[in-house]
Design a protein around this ligand. Structure first.
Ligand code: ADP
Ligand code: MG
Length: 408
């Protein structure tokens, strides 16, 4: 008998009525004779409410305590959903991350799964019960509660599917699949039928947060197909799977954008060896991950250096950079958080030239200034002013033939 893992996100379990609906859907799959493991997130808005509570207590809560606090949200939903299933006559049991044996590293608030023991899930299946597992959480080797970062329940679901050798992991959310770009920004965005793991990895890490990047990594590594579907309407959804020839023929598959970026610039840096090493060494020592970097050498022998970091780390990065600017005799350090990173992604870029030129000329035509550029085999990213996001994404979406009822 086949085993499937079904994940339901926060908006899908946001009220008792919705939890009831999810229970009915799971019951229906059970009645088809499939073994089902369910992973759920906290109720929509709950995590934000808990974060606000913490900040009413202290401006800088310890990350260990944040994890303890935030992990409570999923306890609520696993219990409620299990009650709903049982009241439909569908035997079920709720399990926390600890009970499932989801072992992570100790990086609180952004932990990575190292191992899933899953014995309790196997036992539940044996007993004919639906295991309802708390997403987003695990424990480290000292039994501290950890959480996996925004979107972490996606990763819990795919990692469990891998551990149990499931045939499929279905991610249920509030959109009916993965779109060429965020359908909430671009109404002409189009649902993608099938997308390769590599493209989805790029899409997710460049801002399409419909799936957490780590979940796609697990899917790729353990060859678990991921089906993204709507909780509320029927439809084929999007299958994330191994690349095939048809996928390669599409030049650009999507235009993801990332609004969670900030740019730090240090001006008037004396142009001598070792300065960049010093700056980026200090920043990475504080656990801040730098994304894009650009350096301009001026005529006077002074240089400007800009780099981007996640918005959440911007103040830390600015503080370090200000201190260093003084130390190395640079002019000043400035923060700009009104930026966005817009990207185009497609495996077809491997074998086609001229894609970058088309991206730049499209942005130029819209009078969108490009501040930074980075490329890899299957993606090109540009940092632009945040106020131009909609215009830039819309224009690129159209230029690469992604608008609804067009093909490329
Ligand atoms: P859940 O609570 O179910 O995990 P998320 O909010 O994490 O839901 O993910 C769904 C949201 O992802 C959508 O509502 C949509 O706004 C956003 N999104 C961003 N980019 C894309 C994309 N390319 N395709 C689909 N959804 C996207
Ligand atoms: Mg999500």
């Amino acid at each position: 008998m086949g085993l499937v893992v079904h994940k339901y996100g926060g908006s899908s379990v946001g009220s008792p009525e919705k939890i009831g609906l999810v229970a009915e859907k799971i019951h229906a799959v059970r009645k088809e004779g499939k073994d089902v493991v369910v992973v759920v997130s906290a109720m929509e808005g709950d995590t934000d409410r808990l974060i606000r509570l913490a900040h009413e207590i202290t401006p800088e809560p310890k990350e260990r305590e944040m994890d303890m606090l935030l992990s409570s949200g999923e306890r609520v939903t696993i219990a409620l959903l299990t009650m709903a299933l049982e009241s439909l006559g569908c035997p079920a049991v709720s399990l926390t991350g600890r009970q499932v044996g989801i072992i992570t590293d100790s990086a609180h608030t952004r932990a990575r799964i190292k191992e899933i023991q899953a014995d309790r899930i196997r036992d539940s299946i044996q007993e004919g019960k639906v295991a309802v597992v708390a997403g987003f959480q695990g424990i480290d080797e000292s039994s501290n509660v950890t959480t996996l970062g925004r979107g972490g329940s996606d990763t819990t679901a795919v990692a469990i599917a891998a551990a149990l050798d499931a045939e499929l992991c279905v991610i249920h959310t509030d959109v009916d699949g993965v779109y060429t770009t965020d359908p909430n920004l671009v109404p002409k965005a189009r649902r993608i039928d099938r997308i390769s793991f590599d493209e989805m990895l790029e899409m997710a890490s460049l801002g399409a947060n419909v799936l957490q990047t780590r979940s796609v990594e697990f899917g790729k590594k353990y060859s678990i197909p991921i089906l993204v579907k709507s909780t509320f309407q029927d439809g084929p959804g999007t299958l994330v799977t191994t690349e095939d020839e048809a996928m390669e023929q599409v030049l650009v598959s999507g235009v993801p954008f990332d609004t969670n970026q900030a740019k730090v610039t240090i001006t008037g840096i004396p142009d001598k060896p070792g300065v960049a090493a010093k700056i980026f060494g200090s920043i990475s020592d504080r656990g801040v991950v730098v994304d894009m970097i650009i350096q301009n050498v001026g005529e006077s022998g002074l240089t400007d250096l800009s780099f981007t970091v996640p918005k959440t780390d911007a103040q830390v990065a600015l503080k370090i950079t200000k201190e260093l600017a003084k130390e190395i005799g640079a002019k000043e350090a400035i923060l700009d958080d009104r930026i966005v990173k817009v990207s185009i992604v497609g495996v077809g870029m491997r074998s086609h030239g001229g894609v970058a030129a088309k991206m730049f000329s499209t942005l130029a035509r819209e009078e969108v200034n490009i501040m930074m550029i980075s490329t890899s085999e299957i993606k090109i990213s540009c940092v632009i002013e945040a106020k131009n996001t909609e215009k830039a994404v819309g224009a690129l979406h159209e230029a690469f033939g992604l608008n609804q009822s067009e093909t490329n």
